[in-house]
Design a protein around this ligand. Structure first.
Ligand SMILES: *[C@@H]1O[C@H](CO)[C@@H](O)[C@H](O)[C@H]1NC(C)=O
Ligand SMILES: *[C@@H]1O[C@H](CO)[C@@H](O)[C@H](O)[C@H]1NC(C)=O
Ligand SMILES: [Zn+2]
Length: 308
């Protein structure tokens, strides 16, 4: 190979690296995957995994004590499904949607976001719970769990400031809408009594609205300032909360779980987090699946352009 050819090959390799980014794993087991990005957006898919290694037992309910609560540990005490039940179903196609949102953001902005996938099936690791319920104290699962957390923290550190984390899930409530979760309860959305303080987008809420509550209500479900729900509605989707569906009413609604509470700005920091629960109708159709991912990417881009 000539010097010119070698140089051309090196430039090509560097360009590919820049475009496709670096992929990291927890270990040779590849339970957790981290696609390193270059945008102030982090996408997580804690429930999309499909790996069921026999070395990790199926998660089970914890045992219960009225004094100490739930004890999540395999073969310890009697599993109590009433008090300490665990969810085992995966959120189908959410890994696919996470990676397609990232691809579309690359197309729209020239940079791909950080993406972190739990590749273990939820029956082996629930990466959206505190560590005991998540792993039943199985060491191999704890390692994977710690890697999932460490990759999110690495993404935050690499961004080094204000960012938006989207935690991608799938819901099977009957309303055929995407539920955006800010750790604002259904009751509070229904009654309109909420503020930035207890939300997972507290940082951007205070930045854009300070203590103006009417402003924050618009940031969550209205326009001016525009909400993520506003932008996704404009793409032709049913979304709650949004200007079209400001609150869930009597329908099922996920307000946001462990990951957005832990990694969003509710308790500290300047990384905001929104849980995105995509309905079955948009996930199970191979035609609709890539479309909802692209629409979400556009909505996120407009939301980021406004506020970050
Ligand atoms: C990631 O997982 C590997 C293999 O299981 C483990 O050795 C390592 O300590 C984990 N990393 C973290 C940050 O927990
Ligand atoms: C679900 O809602 C979308 C709009 O967000 C609509 O286009 C689609 O037809 C609906 N699907 C079903 C099965 O109701
Ligand atoms: Zn989920």
């Amino acid at each position: 190979m000539s010097v010119q050819q070698a140089l051309a090959t090196a430039v090509l390799a560097a360009t590919l690296l820049l475009v496709t980014g670096v992929t990291r794993y927890d270990s040779s087991k590849r339970y957790i995957k981290y696609e390193v990005g270059a945008l102030s957006v982090i996408i997580t898919a804690p429930h999309g995994g499909n790996l069921r290694p026999s070395s990790i037992p199926i998660r089970q309910a914890g045992s219960y004590s009225p004094v100490t609560g739930c004890n999540y540990r395999h073969n310890s005490g009697t599993p109590d499904n009433y008090h300490c039940g665990v969810r085992l179903f995966k959120d189908s196609y959410t890994s696919y949607i996470a990676s397609h949102i990232a691809d579309e953001l690359l197309t729209l902005t020239g940079h791909r976001p950080h993406v972190i996938y739990n590749r273990l099936h939820r029956s082996r690791l629930d990466a959206n719970r505190e560590v005991n319920e998540a792993t039943l104290n199985v060491q191999e699962a704890i390692h994977a769990y710690n890697n999932f957390t460490a990759f999110i923290n690495a993404a935050k550190a690499s961004i080094g400031g204000r960012a938006l984390l989207l935690d991608i899930h799938g819901q099977t409530h009957a309303a055929n809408w995407t539920e955006l979760g800010y750790s604002i309860s259904k009751t509070r959305l229904n009654t309109g009594s909420f503020s930035a303080q207890h939300s997972t987008i507290k940082a951007i809420g205070m930045h854009v609205c300070n203590t103006d509550n009417a402003c924050f209500q618009d940031l969550v479900r209205g326009s001016s300032p525009n909400s993520l729900g506003y932008y996704l509605s404009n793409e032709g989707y049913r979304v709650v909360p949004s200007p079209v569906f400001p609150s869930p009413g009597g329908n099922g609604y996920y307000s946001g779980g462990y990951d957005v509470r832990t990694h969003g700005s509710r308790y500290s920091g300047v990384v905001d987090a929104i849980q995105v629960e995509i309905p079955r109708e948009e996930r199970f159709s191979s035609v609709r699946r890539p479309k909802v991912a692209r629409a979400l990417a556009r909505a996120v881009k407009y939301f980021m352009d406004d506020h970050y």
